[in-house]
Design a protein around this ligand. Structure first.
Ligand code: FE2
Length: 430
C-alpha cells in the first residue's frame, strides 16, 4: 500500500500525465498509470507538479523587520546597510526567531523548501547566528536551511569580523560569506576574497560571497574569486552572489571574465527583485537595470540560479517568499522572453538553486525524495506567468500546505461564469 498517490501530474520537463506513488518519504513509482492502493490520493488534474522551490540567497536575520527602526528613504544598498546597523543593537534572539519562523511559514506555503540564508557576523554578540541555528533546528522537518557566515560590515572594515566569522563556523554555520566590494579599498576587497576562500578550503566548506553588488565598472572581485576557486580547487563549492557590476563592465573585459568564471566551475546567483530596485540609483537617464549578464553566463555553461535576497527588510519593502515572483522579475529585468529562456527561469528557482547550494538533485524520479509542489498551471512558463497558486506542497511524502484553487466567480451583463486563470494557457504548439 502506497502512503500517497498523486494522479494525473504533468512534469516540468513536459512529461505527463503521470502518476507519482510515495512510500517511506521517497517516490517509489512514477509511471503513466499506477494501479495501487494508497492511504491518500490527490488528483493533480493535469496540472504541473514540480520539485519544490529553492532560494539560494536570503537574509533571514533581517526579514520582516520593515520600518524598524525606520524606513530606507534613498532606497540604496548603502542606506540599507546603515539602517541594518541601527537595527542590530536592538535585536533580541526571541524577536529574530519569531520573525524567521513567521517567514518560514510563508515559505512553506509557497513550496519554498530549501533556503540559503546569510547571517550577519560582523559584531558580537552573535544574536542572529544563535537565533537562526535554533530556527534551522526547528524547521528541519519541512525546510532545509543553510546558513552563511556573512561579515556584513566587511571582513577587514569591522574590527572583530574575522574572529566572529570563525566562531560562527565553529558554532555550526555551514558556509563562508563575504562582501569584498564593501571593504575600504579594492585591495582590501581582494585580500578578503583570498582569506575567505582559504578559510573555506581549510575547513572543507562552501563559500558564497556578495560580490560586486555595485554599479562600479571597476568593482572586479568576481575575477579574484574565480582565480581563488581555481587555485584552491574549490570549483562548484563557490557562489558569486549579485555580481551586478558585470552589467557595467566593458564588453571586452566581460568576454575575458565569463570564460574564467566557467573554467572555475562556480555558480552565479543574481537577485532580480532587489537589484532592479537598488542599482542605478545614482544614474540620471538612461538608468541601468543592475542585473548581471545572465544570457552570456548561461551560454558559457555557468550554473545561474536566481535568489530572492530580501522580504520586507532594510533593503527591500516588498517580497512574499514567492520564487515565481523572482523568476518573473528576472525575465523582465534581464530581459529574456524566448520560450527556452522563460522555461529556464523556472529551473533557475528549482534545480539550479539546489545545485548552487550543493543539495542533491531534486528532479522528481523513482528513488528520489518525495518533495514536490502541485501548481495551478499547465507548465513552467505558465507557472511563472501566473505566479501560480500552490495547490499542495508535499515534503517527505506528507502534505504540509494546501491552498484552494484560484477561481473567480464572474457576473457580467447577467452572465455568470467561473474564471480559472490557468485556462488561459497558449496552444500546445506555441
Ligand atoms: Fe544579499
Amino acid at each position: 500500500m502506497l502512503e500517497l498517490l498523486v494522479r494525473n501530474a504533468r512534469l516540468p520537463e513536459g512529461r505527463g500525465p503521470v502518476d507519482i506513488g510515495v512510500s517511506g518519504q521517497r517516490i517509489v513509482r512514477l509511471a503513466p498509470r499506477v494501479d495501487e492502493d494508497a492511504i491518500e490520493t490527490i488528483d493533480a488534474g493535469g496540472q504541473l507538479v514540480s520539485p519544490p522551490f529553492v532560494d539560494p540567497h536570503f537574509h533571514m536575520d533581517a526579514t520582516l523587520s520593515l520600518g524598524r527602526p525606520r524606513l530606507n528613504v534613498s532606497g540604496t544598498l548603502l542606506e540599507g546597510i546603515a539602517l541594518w546597523g541601527e537595527l542590530k543593537p536592538l535585536l533580541t534572539p526571541e524577536a529574530v526567531i519569531e520573525r524567521a519562523l513567521r517567514y518560514c511559514d510563508l515559505a512553506a506555503a509557497q513550496g519554498l523548501l530549501s533556503i540559503r540564508s546569510h547571517v550577519d557576523v560582523s559584531t558580537a554578540p552573535l544574536v542572529g547566528v544563535e537565533a537562526l541555528l535554533e530556527v534551522k533546528r526547528r524547521i528541519a522537518p519541512w525546510i532545509d536551511l543553510q546558513l552563511v557566515a556573512f561579515p556584513q560590515d566587511g571582513l577587514y572594515r569591522a574590527p572583530e569580523a574575522e574572529a566572529n566569522l570563525l566562531r560562527a563556523l565553529d558554532m555550526g554555520v555551514d558556509v563562508v560569506g563575504g562582501i569584498p566590494h564593501f571593504e575600504r579599498t579594492m585591495n582590501d576587497g581582494a585580500r578578503s576574497v583570498k582569506r575567505l576562500c582559504e578559510i573555506a578550503a581549510e575547513r572543507g566548506l562552501r563559500v558564497d560571497l556578495h560580490c560586486d553588488e555595485s554599479d562600479d565598472p571597476m568593482s572586479r572581485h568576481v575575477e579574484t574569486l574565480a582565480a581563488e576557486a581555481l587555485r584552491l580547487d574549490l570549483g562548484e563549492r563557490v557562489v558569486a552572489s549579485h555580481v551586478t557590476a558585470m552589467h557595467s563592465y566593458d564588453n571586452y573585459y566581460a568576454s575575458k571574465l565569463i570564460p574564467l568564471i566557467a573554467e572555475a566551475g562556480m555558480h552565479v546567483v543574481p537577485n532580480p527583485l532587489i537589484n532592479i530596485t537598488l542599482q542605478g540609483r545614482q544614474d540620471t537617464y538612461p538608468r541601468r537595470r543592475g542585473l548581471t549578464r545572465v544570457p552570456e553566463l548561461r551560454a558559457a555553461g555557468v550554473n545561474v540560479a536566481f535568489g530572492q535576497d530580501c522580504t520586507m527588510d532594510p533593503w527591500y519593502p516588498l517580497g512574499s517568499a514567492d520564487m515565481l515572483e523572482v523568476a518573473h522579475m528576472g525575465i523582465h529585468a534581464i530581459p529574456m522572453t524566448s520560450r527556452e529562456a522563460m522555461g529556464w527561469a523556472f529551473e533557475s528557482v528549482t534545480l539550479n538553486g539546489a545545485a548552487a547550494m550543493g543539495l542533491p538533485d531534486p528532479t522528481l524520479r523513482e528513488g528520489g525524495p518525495a518533495n514536490m509542489v502541485i501548481l495551478q498551471a499547465r507548465d513552467p512558463i505558465e507557472a511563472v506567468r501566473l505566479r501560480a497558486t500552490r495547490l499542495a506542497v508535499i515534503r517527505a511524502g506528507r502534505v504540509i500546505a494546501r491552498t484552494p484553487t484560484r477561481i473567480t466567480e464572474l457576473n457580467l451583463d447577467g452572465r455568470s461564469s467561473r474564471l480559472d486563470p490557468s485556462e488561459y494557457a497558449p496552444p500546445e504548439d506555441v
